[in-house]
Design a protein around this ligand. Sequence first.
Ligand SMILES: Cc1cc2nc3c(=O)[nH]c(=O)nc-3n(C[C@H](O)[C@H](O)[C@H](O)COP(=O)(O)O)c2cc1C
Length: 193
Amino acid sequence: MKLLHLDSSILGDNSASRTISAAIVERLTTADPAIEVDYRDLVADPVEHLTIGSFMALAEGEELKQFLEADIVVIGAGFYNFTIPSQLKAWIDRIIVKGHTFSYNENGPVGLATGKRVIVGLARGGVYNADSPRAGFEHAETLMRGMFGLLGCDVEVIVAEGIAMGDEARRVAVEGALAQAKRIAPEAVGAAA
Ligand SMILES: Cc1cc2nc3c(=O)[nH]c(=O)nc-3n(C[C@H](O)[C@H](O)[C@H](O)COP(=O)(O)O)c2cc1C
């Protein structure tokens, strides 16, 4: 089984999402030590913005190949200016490829990246959950759920929020997310069926 692990926080050792994504990967690889992990730090090793040239060649892209080969994708994402880091968006722009990860029929888009589990560890400075006054500003969890869902993937999102609201709020939020990471199902999509 293959696991692709991506990180996209610019905050290095101070990153909450990197801590959470690492805990998710640890949970999965402890449960199944045979999992083969590919890691990419999208800040240290960035994907360039799309150009017409790279857009026309998407089907041959390394990012698409790695994504399609992975059974599980674990993504660490900070909440930057109301959405995901642009480094992660640049990677996403390489994997949404018509005829490979989605197609269209008379009812609209159809996901082709089925049987894949995507687990996102998301860290938000403020509070944007569905019951909060700022829920309408949340464009990271909604984007990840919507986009990977459209591609046909099973999507889980572990959120730590209130990271910027003081040391105690950060500690509680990260601890809560790490506890959730320890409880995630340890198998690939369909493995338990
Ligand atoms: C460039 C930048 C933009 C940010 N924008 C927001 C924002 O719009 N809303 C918010 O609540 N927090 C914002 N924050 C705070 C981050 O969401 C918080 O630091 C979170 O922990 C980021 O994840 P990371 O620690 O993995 O990088 C921002 C932080 C940075 C560095």
